[in-house]
Every structure is written in C-alpha cells, then in structure tokens.
Design a protein around this ligand. Structure first.
Ligand code: RP5
Length: 180
C-alpha cells in the first residue's frame, strides 16, 4: 500500500529529475514547505541536487520508510528532516538510515517551536540528529551544512560552499560602516 502511495505521490518539486538527488528533504506536512522551501532554494543556489517529500512520521510511516530507503538507494547522501510540534520525524529518519540526518525544528502554534526544538535536539545517545535553529535560519543552515558534508567528497560542492562563505563575508565587510 505504501508503494502505491509513493508511486502516485507527486513530488513537491524535484530539482533535476534526470539526475539522482544528493540531498533528501522531508517534512511532516505540506504546511512546512513555506519554510523548507528556503532550504531547497539554498541547495539550488549551490548546485546541489535535491528531492523533497511531505511524509509525516505519524500519519504515513510506511510511505516515509519506503521513500527514505529508495532515495538512499538512488544516491542521496544527506537527509534534511523538518517538523513542528511533537517533531519525531528527524529521529525516526535517523533510526531508519545510516545517512547523516539534519533536523530542522519548525515553529508550532502553541509553543512557537520550542517543542519542536526539544523533540529534535533531545535524542537519547546512540542515534544522532544534527539539530539546527528553529525556522528559516535552520532551513538555510541545514542546506549549507549538507553542502559542506557533500563537499568532503565532491570538490564542486566544497568550492560552491567556499564561494558562498567568501561572498557573504565580503558583503558584511562592505556594509560594516555605521554612522549617524
Ligand atoms: C507536524 O505537525 C508537521 O511537521 C507540521 O509542522 C505540524 C502541523 O502539521 P499540519 O497539521 O499543518 O499538517 O507533523
């Protein structure tokens, strides 16, 4: 049944479908895309191939596990997993894969994402999730960290990340003068 779900599921947006994804982006709900889109845009800017799914650990666990195994088989090297509230998704992904999992806590209605942050960061020892900041900053940083990880093996990713950091520094220094 999960296979059917996956086969019929439409990708939110896959960057370059003819090539396998390097980063697997997953989130608990389509409502998370508004923030996680920033991760996808950052990866895109750095020339990293990605594929994204909204697959809740609670609502669609079998489809999640199936996609995770399948995207790893196709070559994904890093998983970015984002969720809000009782944010089990990154931990569940980490339990099912040996790929590094970067967790992005998303803002939630009642606790503004503190619940998500603690759910993702407070993993018991043995199954790590690298936890980023809440919301957009975390989404962007997850993409940058994923690129840095890919850069350990892939010179083009190392170069893209280096350039990003250099340009960012140049911009900050250029705009550093303050006055009345
Ligand atoms: C989590 O619950 C999702 O990651 C999302 O952040 C939150 C709310 O989901 P929806 O009710 O909008 O689908 O699982």
């Amino acid at each position: 049944m999960a296979e059917g779900v996956l086969n019929s599921a439409r990708a939110m947006s896959d960057s370059r479908t003819e090539h396998p994804p390097e980063v697997a982006l997953v989130m608990g709900s389509r409502s998370d895309w508004e923030i996680m889109e920033h991760a996808a845009r950052q990866l895109e800017e750095l020339g990293v191939r990605w594929e994204a799914r909204a697959l809740s650990a609670h609502r669609a666990p079998d489809a999640l596990f199936e996609w995770l195994a399948e995207v790893a088989r196709r070559g994904a090297q890093v998983v970015i997993a984002a969720a809000g509230g009782a944010a089990h998704l990154p931990g569940v992904c980490a339990a099912k894969t040996l790929l590094p999992v970067l967790g992005v806590p998303l803002p939630s209605g009642s606790l503004q994402g503190l619940d998500s942050l603690l759910s993702i960061a407070q993993m018991p020892g043995g199954v790590p999730v690298g936890t980023l900041a809440i919301g957009k900053a975390g989404a962007v940083n997850a993409a940058l960290l994923a690129t840095a990880i890919l850069g350990l093996k892939e010179p083009r990713h190392r170069k893209a990340y280096e350039q990003f950091r250099r340009r960012q520094t140049e911009r900050v220094v250029k705009d550093s003068v303050l006055g009345l």
